[in-house]
Design a protein around this ligand. Structure first.
Ligand SMILES: Nc1nc2c(ncn2[C@@H]2O[C@H](COP(=O)(O)OP(=O)(O)OP(=O)(O)O)[C@@H](O)[C@H]2O)c(=O)[nH]1
Ligand SMILES: [Zn+2]
Length: 223
């Protein structure tokens, strides 16, 4: 793929290098969402028709529209830059200077190689540089980048880069542990394996800081 063919969220271009970006074409948003749904509907119909399915069957006739809407509005809804959650920060008045960990964030994404689900957990942490972000915004940022055709490594990096920008600090980390249905349910069909990735920025590169973060993740949640 040529470098010119790669764009990312328009407002992300300053701080992401091209290999961290979702490979989108420049004309990615020329069509409206409704136009995309109409086009994908025909494609899904064609796939099922080619497979020999009776597309007039009551149970199947709504499928192309259903799948097209699901692609555009739901599982790939995070391709649209305007859907990025606004993660307003506020002043760290209480001067909390330790690590904050938002753990066990449920993650649903889609493997871009097979278009099968990736299901897992993300654990996000940062050390405040004067600003704090609303807790739920971390879950929302994970969800936004997960709603794209993804590979886990890129998803992991995109989450960290976004929070680094929002919080104006390098001291952000994210670990993802996820099952890829392309590995679990087809191909090698290894139901037990999962994939762990980690991205550690700034202070989290320090072994002890990283250790503290990983220990918090392991700690059972008591409630
Ligand atoms: N690095 C990485 N690889 C992934 C991810 N999701 C899926 N893959 C892998 O992408 C690879 C695609 O390999 P191919 O050989 O082209 O596909 P395939 O013939 O379907 O491979 P098998 O899954 O081994 O049957 C597979 O090994 C997948 O396991 C991911 O998030 N990160
Ligand atoms: Zn896959």
């Amino acid at each position: 793929m040529k470098i010119e063919d790669l764009i990312t969220d328009i407002d992300d271009q300053d701080h992401l290098s091209s290999n961290e970006q979702t490979p989108l074409r420049e004309d990615a948003f020329d069509l409206t969402d409704q136009e995309k749904i109409e086009s994908i509907k025909k494609d899904v119909h064609n796939i099922l028709q080619t497979l020999g399915m009776d597309m007039t069957d009551d149970s199947l006739k709504g499928t192309p529209n259903r799948v097209a809407k699901m692609f555009v509005n739901e599982i790939f809804g995070g391709l649209r830059p305007e859907k990025k959650p606004s993660a307003s920060t506020f002043e760290n008045k209480y001067k909390y200077g330790e690590m904050l960990v938002e753990k066990n964030i449920v993650l649903y994404s889609t493997c871009e190689h097979h278009l099968l689900p990736i299901v897992g957990r993300a654990h996000v942490a940062y050390i405040s540089n004067g600003n704090v972000v609303g807790l739920s915004k971390m879950n929302r940022i994970v969800d936004y980048y997960a709603k794209r055709p993804q590979v886990q490594e890129r998803l992991n990096i995109q989450i960290v880069r976004e929070l680094q920008q929002v919080l104006n600090t390098q001291d952000v980390a994210c670990v993802i542990d996820a099952k890829h249905l392309c590995v679990n349910s087809r191909g090698i069909r290894d139901i037990d394996s999962s994939t762990v990735t980690g991205e550690f920025g700034g202070a989290f590169k320090d072994v002890q800081v990283k250790r503290e973060f990983l220990d918090y993740i392991k700690m059972p949640t008591q409630f």
